[in-house]
Design a protein around this ligand. Structure first.
Ligand SMILES: O=P(O)(O)OC[C@H]1O[C@H](O)[C@H](O)[C@@H](O)[C@@H]1O
Length: 273
């Protein structure tokens, strides 16, 4: 695996290559923008209207959500990791290593020293993304987190997501009501925004272009999001029919926040392909 610095829309990035596959990662948020396995087909959705101003969250790719998922706490929606520049530390143990380490004085509402690391490993067909959080301070802290992966699909109308049957979920698109998934396949017709808890099985996203397997470790939950037509029309950095082109399948730890004692570490991984 090797890495080279580059830019994309004037944003500093790292291009990764391994076994005929490549990926592009913006330092802003350690945000993956592209993943192209050796077959040459882009697997991530990136909005053409995504804003690259070094401040806004980037629409698409793999946003890193830490230390707060959505509005579940006092911080800005989805926390600060996705809108903060990370440092690239090169290739470590065959993975690209990105780091965000702070002493607890930088982010209003978050007085906790921490070190976040993101490790990306590629081979010809697979990508694994690992988020590690360490408590480098003297007090415990609690956080929620996610890898908010936007998967590119040919047409959402033909997409099925398998592997969630039997899981309980919170329906964020319908007032946070609780349900059990009885269907073998999740399909998409209108806004879908759900937090599935205690997911253990591997998932599969099946669309016109084939099947993508998704596995996770460390993360207990899976968030599934597609805005549907009417919410999509209200999101400035999506084109009107972009809802047809992606589904977010997010490895998440949301239902049960992680509590880290001083010196402790937590890691969660999502593997695609
Ligand atoms: O627009 P953003 O802040 O990037 O959030 C995009 C989406 O993220 C998650 O999937 C949440 O479950 C959704 O409720 C939210 O709309």
């Amino acid at each position: 695996m090797h890495a080279e610095p580059t830019t994309f829309r004037d944003t500093p990035c790292i291009r990764l290559h391994a076994d005929g596959a490549n990926a592009l990662v913006a330092l802003h948020g350690a945000h993956m923008l592209s993943w192209i396995p050796a077959d040459g087909r882009e697997r991530l959705f990136l909005s053409e209207r995504a804003v690259f101003d070094g401040q806004a969250a980037i629409r698409g790719g793999v946003p890193v959500i830490f230390p707060q998922f959505a509005e579940r706490g006092p911080l800005l929606k989805h926390g600060f990791a996705r809108t903060t520049p990370w440092t690239f530390h090169g290739i470590d143990d065959d993975a690209a290593l990105f780091e965000l380490a702070e002493d607890g004085t930088r982010f209003p509402g978050w007085p906790h020293p921490f070190r976040a690391r993101l490790r990306l490993h590629l081979d010809a067909t697979r990508l694994s993304v690992t988020l590690e959080i360490a408590n480098t301070g003297d007090e415990p802290f609690a956080f929620t987190a996610a890898l908010h992966t936007y998967l590119r699909v040919a047409d959402i109308a033909n997409v099925t997501l398998e592997g969630l049957q039997g899981c309980d979920y919170e329906d964020s698109a319908n007032g946070g009501t609780l349900h059990r998934e009885h269907n073998y396949e999740v399909t998409f017709d209108g806004e879908v925004d759900r937090i599935y808890g205690d997911v253990v099985a591997p998932l599969a996203v099946i669309d016109g272009n084939g099947t993508l397997a998704i596995e996770q470790e460390g993360f207990g939950d899976v968030v599934v999001w597609n805005p549907g037509a009417s919410l999509c029309a209200r999101i400035a950095d999506l084109a009107a029919d972009d809802w047809r082109r992606f589904v977010c399948v997010e490895a998440a730890q949301v239902v049960q926040p992680v509590v880290l004692a001083p010196g402790e570490r937590w890691a969660g991984m999502q593997r695609l392909g």
